[in-house]
Design a protein around this ligand. Structure first.
Ligand SMILES: [Zn+2]
Length: 144
């Protein structure tokens, strides 16, 4: 089994195809698909949690390490097993749009509650702030 198959097999709510997926982040109490996973052409696996979990935490939650993100030949040369990969993650527009769409849903549920005269709970209010942070982060990743 390849590393990417192993990783996807250990994640929940995996959606996507063609080397690009979103999933529930295993490193925090994730209500939405915060984790973006990409398998790039050179064999590397890119991971990013839009709620801000470090890659180390995501990897340790699924029992993997940095070495598992690189193809075997690079691992043999001692390509970063410790520390962060040098390359900045790059994500497809489809990953980013999937996350935006989920955050839009969160905002719309809150708006619906407010319209019905329901008071926003502290938890909902915090979740709205997270939605805003994620949308900003998506903009950053899209280089906007
Ligand atoms: Zn996370």
């Amino acid at each position: 089994m390849s590393n990417i198959e192993q990783l996807l097999g250990r994640l929940e709510r995996v959606k996507g195809r063609n080397g690009s997926w979103t999933a529930r982040c295993p490193a925090h109490d994730d209500k939405g698909p915060s984790l973006a996973v990409r398998h790039v052409d050179d064999g590397r696996i890119l991971l990013h949690c839009f709620a801000g979990c470090p890659v180390e935490s995501v990897l340790s939650a699924v029992g993997m390490d940095f070495g598992d993100l690189f193809p075997p030949d690079e691992k043999r040369q001692g390509y970063p097993v410790e520390g962060k990969p040098r390359l900045k993650p790059a994500f497809y527009a489809s990953d980013l749009i999937r996350i935006l769409s989920f955050e839009a849903l969160v905002v719309s549920i809150c708006a619906h509650d407010i319209r019905r005269g329901k008071k926003l709970s502290d938890e909902d209010h915090e979740r709205l702030k997270v939605a805003q942070q994620r949308i900003e982060e998506v903009m950053h990743y899209a280089n906007i």
